[in-house]
Design a protein around this ligand. Structure first.
Ligand code: RIB
Length: 292
């Protein structure tokens, strides 16, 4: 079994459940407010750890109560937090609006933007060929790029969840073995609305294995035999926050066990499907015993 190295964000999530999304300039009354541990990097690390992987986390938090709480939570999951550094910026925060289980998210990166190339080098120093680097785009872009390049040179398996994506995200594809965008991110990277075309484009142009997460429709991927869709079980979604992260963490855990790609995807779908039936990012992530 290989180790998983997650370089990514740690956020305190602040969620308001609302009857609808407000219009520009409008104030509306919501139903409830809650906080939960989040951040795409930390969520993916927690998913991998709960599903049985050996996980190392590299991130940056502020010298504040939120940062302390988030780091302690990762320690409690058995994740190695020796590479969770402190900066003078505030710990990252996410403002989430939740309407009928769907969300919009605004992230204030704060300390997440401070993860440096130097820290990434230190983080990856003990990794071995076959270990997995899993990363996203809520931390500094150049650091993510450097980490992917370094991991590739070290013959690690590189996995990018390009979230949130922008026009530069495609520059990272050449360093990735797997790229896991959702539909919005796929559109941004390929500049096309067509899922099949976009997946083929990424595969042909960059040679990496593209996987699109499609919410309640499951996922799609491109292999030698063309585009294939894998459905997921239909459930009542109460909160989709962190479902993509659960998918990525579960996918990497299955990869670290040496499974075939399609089996990894089925496992990841199962885990993500459970997560949407529960509230919050990290609180909703399932444990291995629930999957078995
Ligand atoms: O993917 C969900 C996550 O996105 C939330 O936990 C929030 O912190 C943002 O990073």
């Amino acid at each position: 079994m290989s180790d998983i190295y997650v370089l990514g964000s740690m956020n305190m999530d602040m969620t308001v459940v609302s009857p609808r999304f407000p219009e520009l300039g409008e104030t509306i009354n919501g139903y409830s407010f809650s906080t939960a541990h989040g951040g795409k990097g930390a969520n993916q690390a927690v998913a991998a750890a709960r599903l049985g992987a050996k996980v190392n986390m590299c991130a940056c938090i502020g010298k504040d109560a939120n940062g302390n709480e988030l780091k302690n939570a990762l320690n409690d999951e058995g994740i190695n937090t020796d590479y969770v550094f402190e900066s003078d910026c505030a710990t990252g925060a996410a403002v989430i609006t939740l309407v009928d289980g769907d969300n919009t998210i605004i992230v204030a990166k704060g300390a997440n933007a401070e993860v440096s190339i130097h820290q990434a080098v230190f983080f990856l120093k003990d990794s071995k060929p076959g270990d997995i680097l899993l990363t996203q785009l809520e931390t500094d872009f150049e650091t993510v790029k450097f980490a992917l390049q370094t991991a590739k040179n070290k013959k690690m398996i590189t996995v990018l969840n390009p979230a949130p994506a922008d026009s530069d995200s495609s520059l990272l594809c050449e360093y990735c073995d797997y790229i896991i965008p959702n539909e919005t991110e796929l559109r941004t990277i390929s500049a096309s609305e067509d899922i099949d075309y976009s997946l083929k484009l990424i595969k042909d142009k960059f040679g990496c294995f593209p996987i699109a997460t499609l919410g309640s429709q499951g996922c799609a991927f491109y292999s030698e035999n063309g585009v294939k869709y894998l459905p997921c079980e239909k459930v009542k979604a109460v909160d989709t926050t962190g479902a993509g992260d659960t998918f990525c963490g579960a996918f990497c855990t299955a990869l670290s066990n040496g499974w075939q790609t399609e089996d990894c995807l089925k496992f990841a779908l199962k885990c993500a499907t459970i997560s949407v039936t529960r509230k919050g990012a990290q609180p909703s992530i399932p444990y291995l015993k629930e999957i078995n």
